[in-house]
Design a protein around this ligand. Structure first.
Ligand SMILES: [Zn+2]
Length: 314
């Protein structure tokens, strides 16, 4: 039995064939053709699934289901994308469209929820029933698993931890609110904080590192801190504090077994995870009497979306 997992974004679509153990048998990335309507894009996806089947010598009719992760608000019960800014979709019946195009049963969910589901089923948090995934990328995404089930609120409109307000009247967010966590804890925010510190500290190593790498990135301050740069260390510490603020809120509301950290920034590994685990547990209510909330790096990397989407139909 094989399953297809699709992770659709505004620029690219990642598609994979996955077995029941969560192993990717073959995968591919195609361009999102924005000149086409959603039906055309879904046909591109089905064409690619057929190609992948040929590639691994599988019969297309052996595919038991197709799962798709979509950036935006996805009502997984009705299979409708209410809104996706990246794709320009509004009220798109993505599951129905995919079933018509493929002749195969389909399911859909928000992309961060798919990643959380993938990590829960096959990744870092296997065997834990209460897990929150937080992805630190361009924005801050989240997926909440309570008692082994995805929780995303009425019409799947909830579960958006990135837009919890951590600074009243704080920085303007794309969503219209001010002071959202993602304005302080995303990779985008880290780059902004790095730039501000560089402007203030012409002596900082960060200038050399940017010159070496050709551009400022989410790594700049971490590299500088590793090399002992004071301003770089301050940026990293301040940034980790912002992440911890949101994680403490999540920890006090859900007290999960673990919070999984994904997204590009999670590649910093222990330099990020160890101080976060300490700060978060220091910030939890009655922490000395309760089990620790573990902070763990995501283990499926950028394949979590494909694997999690496929796991929706298993
Ligand atoms: Zn926001």
């Amino acid at each position: 039995m094989i399953y297809a997992g699709v992770d659709i974004g505004g620029m690219n679509i990642k598609i994979g064939l996955v077995d029941i153990k969560g192993t990717i048998l073959a995968d591919n990335s195609i361009k999102t053709d924005n000149t086409k309507d959603y039906k055309g894009i879904l046909e591109d996806i089905v064409d690619d699934i057929r190609k992948l089947c040929k590639h691994v010598g599988a019969d297309y009719h052996d595919i038991a289901g197709i799962g798709i992760g979509v950036p935006g608000v996805v009502d997984s019960r009705t299979g409708t994308v209410s809104y996706s800014a990246n794709l320009g979709w509004r009220d798109v019946p993505v599951v129905h469209g995919l079933e018509v195009a493929s002749g195969i049963r389909a399911e859909a969910a928000n992309d961060a929820n798919c990643a959380a589901w993938g990590e829960y089923k096959f990744g870092a948090s296997r065997s834990m029933d209460n897990v929150i995934l937080v992805t630190l990328g361009t924005g801050v995404g989240s997926g909440i698993i309570i008692d082994g089930r995805l929780f995303d609120g009425v019409a799947s409109a909830g579960g958006e931890a990135g837009h919890m307000i951590i600074v009243k009247d704080g920085k303007q967010c794309n969503c219209g609110l001010k002071g959202c966590w993602e304005r302080y804890a995303s990779a985008t925010a880290l780059i902004e904080q790095t730039q501000e510190a560089m402007d203030k500290h012409p002596e900082s190593l960060m200038h050399e590192i940017v010159a070496e790498n050709g551009k400022i990135s989410g790594r700049t301050a971490f590299i500088a801190a590793e090399r002992g740069d004071k301003a770089g260390k301050e940026v990293v510490e301040g940034y980790i504090d912002y992440i911890a603020t949101g994680l403490i809120n999540i920890g006090n509301i859900f007290h999960p077994n673990a919070i999984i950290i994904g997204g590009g920034i999670s590649n910093e590994g222990e330099a990020l995870i160890a101080p976060l685990e300490k700060k978060v547990n220091d910030g939890l209510l009655a922490s000395e009497h309760n089990p620790k909330v573990r902070i763990i790096g995501a283990s499926l990397g950028n394949k979590a979306g494909i694997i999690g989407a496929a796991a929706l139909v298993m």
